[in-house]
Design a binder for this molecule. Structure first.
Ligand code: FAD
Ligand code: NAP
Ligand code: SF4
Length: 673
């Protein structure tokens, strides 16, 4: 079915079994005690899942290049020996694995960062030291040594990280390279660093070793590389001896989202396509490729020879196997939320996945067949109840799942209607497939009662009844202008041309996004050209870096986003996605008000104080997004009457609840039942 994606790729000295690369991800596994053994299990599962080639997270060639003080290095025979556990585990499963060599340059989060010039990055507090000429040559040697050690460790190759704004990129681009020696000035001088690295690495590792070069094809920063320079570099990298060129999109400091869920699927494949035909070695397309059909189309359209998927392999280790066996509908799709992967990495926590808490926890969380099948009743088919019911059934229990609504999904049915969150639909589709596959007995439109549950004599009862939106109680809270987010997002109530939102948490932000989008127009996250225009990406590549003035579509209404607390809006949003939400609402002219006291709502509008200043917002509607309260009535009714009742998800704890906690809690509970 996916004949282009699943076709083997002959690299001359070796053949990849298909065109899918598991892209590099920094999971923090390599940094924790016993982490290499855990990483071995993690990668081996993906190899068993038939992925064509794996690339590890970035490993530094020297101390200065480490992303953080204690980040992993590959410098010595001892380092090489310690990685053998990974390569042997992958090879045992018939897989192939390359180690990524990453020098962070000025993105290093430690005091000894170095770069081409002493210019601080806008996303780092420390200013790097400019490398002396002699040190640049030593750095090249360190890259080569790292590749040699990787070979000794048993890796099939290396990926040299030349994009995303890391050290190599910092040398290539004028904005960060003000040097006057042989590594600065002309473009030829600025690309000398990567070319020497690839050339000297090839000389040392021999011809039968994969060298992937990750080339920044679209910097998305002012004064970035021009298209002509990108082509020139690609040709030089090929001549220097690279086996494959992978695509890099955007520096970390770029103000254009490149992997968030707002990015259309395969949104940047057009960039790789531009380079097709300019070189003779295979090219890999990247970014927001999350399902086999997306990768298949890219290759069939001639936009790349291979596709890289990284986070999708956190969400589902068997993604390729399911494609091979025509079971793509069973794939647990990456929804590009970053909540449990990249956000964790940036917080120094171990990565995982919102929809698959087993990711990076393979040695501690397993859903083994039960030796003691039980009769289990699960109430509520939101993320928590769906995870609990399907995993319990997969393990061999007999499961009844009750849902009061006429569809499964719980609050994800509201999340999926937010422009830019269309992927959330996929999680519901996945659970629907799992319900059918594992034989969960689902009853929709069934608000189950405590008596009914008791009558059915379950061994275990799992309450996942979720939450209800919190109500406000100032004068006028019952005025027709006041509506809840649930009424608005479910389409039960429509709002006027001017709207105030109470509460600037995740749902307040999402509701603002919903209300500033014209429902009759396609969402930019579903249309590549519209997306690029909205965020200021010049698809004609007329200037270096390809950035231009964003041209967002005007909002159909004026929106005010209010909160009682002081400080910046959206502080509690994800580390790697909060800025996207803030920038998006800024572009739509949303007025952010903090330190607000709510007085009353009447026909005139919303009476509030902002600090000491009293004002009336002349709004047509007030949408309440003031958090949630747990729905625990069933639990209260049952606990004294049944000794095996469990409470999970929002019903357990509504404050700061998210789907990550709901699914994880359900998974750990059911793994042990
Ligand atoms: P719910 O999803 O509330 O599901 C509970 C279910 O139980 C409901 O379907 C309900 O009908 C059913 N039920 C209740 N009582 C009964 C009964 N007696 N009998 C039968 N059925 C019953 N979280 C994130 O992590 N990331 C996000 O990006 C994100 N975005 C969101 C965007 C929006 C607009 C909203 C509203 C929420 C978002 N969330 C997000 C929050 C996330 O959806 C919730 O944390 C999650 O749904 C909680 O799961 P749950 O299963 O505990 O509860
Ligand atoms: P939330 O993040 O707790 O925000 C609710 C907001 O309402 C608070 O910021 C609070 O702000 C305000 N509030 C609380 N009680 C109030 C009251 N009595 N009167 C007026 N205002 C009140 O909750 P949420 O927005 O409902 O989101 C629920 C969960 O879903 C969150 O935990 C979030 O993780 C998850 N979610 C995540 C995303 C995402 O993109 N990652 C998106 C949507 C939802 P003040 O106190 O400052 O007024
Ligand atoms: Fe994808 Fe979100 Fe899972 Fe990360 S946490 S892998 S972005 S679904």
């Amino acid at each position: 079915m996916y004949k282009h994606l699943l076709a083997p790729l002959d690299l001359g000295f070796t053949t990849l079994k298909n065109r899918v690369l598991m892209g590099s991800m920094h999971t923090n596994l390599e940094e924790i005690p016993g982490g290499l053994e855990r990483a071995a299990v993690f990668y081996a599962e993906r190899a068993r899942g038939q992925v064509g080639l794996i690339v590890t997270g970035g490993i530094a060639p020297n101390k200065a290049g480490a992303v953080a003080q204690h980040a992993s290095l590959m410098q010595t025979p001892e380092h090489a020996k310690s990685h053998r556990v990974i390569t042997e585990a992958v090879h045992k499963e018939g897989g192939k694995i390359c180690m990524q060599i990453l020098h962070a340059g000025r993105y290093a989060y430690h005091a000894n960062g170095v770069s081409a010039s002493a210019i601080r990055s806008p996303i780092n507090k420390t200013t790097p030291r400019a490398l002396e000429t002699k040190e640049v040559w030593e750095t090249i040697d360190d890259y080569v040594n790292s590749a040699v050690m990787a070979k000794e460790a048993g890796y099939d190759g290396v990926e040299i990280m030349g994009s995303e704004g890391y050290l190599i990129n910092q040398f290539i681009v004028k904005r960060t390279n003000h040097r006057e020696d042989e590594f600065g000035g002309s473009y030829e001088n600025r690309i000398k660093l990567p070319i020497e690295i690839v050339k000297r690495t090839r000389e040392k590792v021999g011809k039968d070793f994969i060298i992937i070069y990750r080339l920044s094809m679209l910097d998305l920063v002012p004064e970035g590389s021009t298209w002509e320079e990108v082509v020139q570099l690609a040709k030089a990298i090929e001549a220097a001896g690279a086996t494959i060129i992978n695509t890099g999109i955007g520096w970390h400091e770029a103000r254009v989202p490149t992997i968030g869920t707002v990015v259309p699927r395969a949104g940047f494949a057009w960039v790789t396509k531009r380079l097709m035909g300019e070189v003779n070695i295979p090219l890999i397309a990247t970014n927001r490729i999350n399902m086999p059909e997306v990768g298949e189309k890219i290759i069939a359209d001639g936009a790349a020879d291979m596709v890289s998927m990284a986070r999708p392999f956190l969400a589902d280790e068997n993604l390729v196997l399911k494609a091979i066996e025509n079971r793509a509908h069973e794939i647990n799709t990456c929804i590009a939320c970053n909540q449990a992967c990249l956000d964790h990495t940036f917080e120094g926590k171990l990565s995982s996945c919102i929809v698959n808490p087993r990711a990076c926890h393979e040695t501690e969380l397993n859903f083994l067949p039960t030796q003691n099948p039980k009769k289990i009743g699960v109430v509520g088919a939101g993320p928590a109840g769906l995870a609990a019911a399907t995993i319990a059934a997969e393990r061999g229990h007999q499961v009844d799942l009750y849902e009061a609504a006429d569809e499964i999904g719980g609050q994800f049915n509201m999340a999926k209607v937010i422009p830019g969150k269309e992927e959330y639909h996929q999680t519901i589709r996945y659970y629907d497939a799992m319900i059918k596959k594992h034989g969960v007995n689902l009853s929709l439109n069934h608000r189950v009662t405590a008596d009914e549950l008791l009558k059915n004599q379950y061994d275990e009862i799992i309450i996942a009844t979720g939450v209800s939106p919190r109500k406000v109680n100032f004068p006028g809270h019952d005025h027709p202008k006041v509506v809840s987010y649930a009424e608005v997002l479910s389409g039960k109530k429509t709002v006027g041309k001017s709207v105030a939102i109470i509460g600037a948490g995740g749902i307040g932000f999402d509701t603002a996004e919903f209300l500033t989008h014209n429902p009759h127009h396609v969402s930019p996250s579903m249309d590549v050209e519209k997306y690029m225009k909205e965020w200021g990406v010049d698809m004609d590549y007329a200037t270096g870096g390809a950035v231009e003035k964003p041209e967002p579509e005007a909002s159909p209404r004026q929106v005010y986003l209010l909160k009682r607390s002081i400080g910046k809006h959206g502080k509690g949003l994800g580390k790697t996605t909060g800025w996207i939400h803030r920038a998006s609402l800024m572009m739509k002219g949303v007025i952010h008000l903090a330190n607000v006291t709510y007085h009353k709502v009447d026909d005139e509008g919303f009476h509030i104080s902002v600090g000491e200043e009293q004002k009336v917002l002349p709004v047509d509607n007030v949408v309440v997004c003031a958090g949630q309260e747990p729905l625990r009535k069933l639990w209260d009714d049952l606990t004294s009457k049944h000794d095996r009742v469990h409470l999970i998800g929002g019903a357990d704890e509504a404050s700061q609840l998210d789907a990550k906690r709901a699914i994880k809690q359900a998974s750990y509970l059911v793994a042990g039942i």
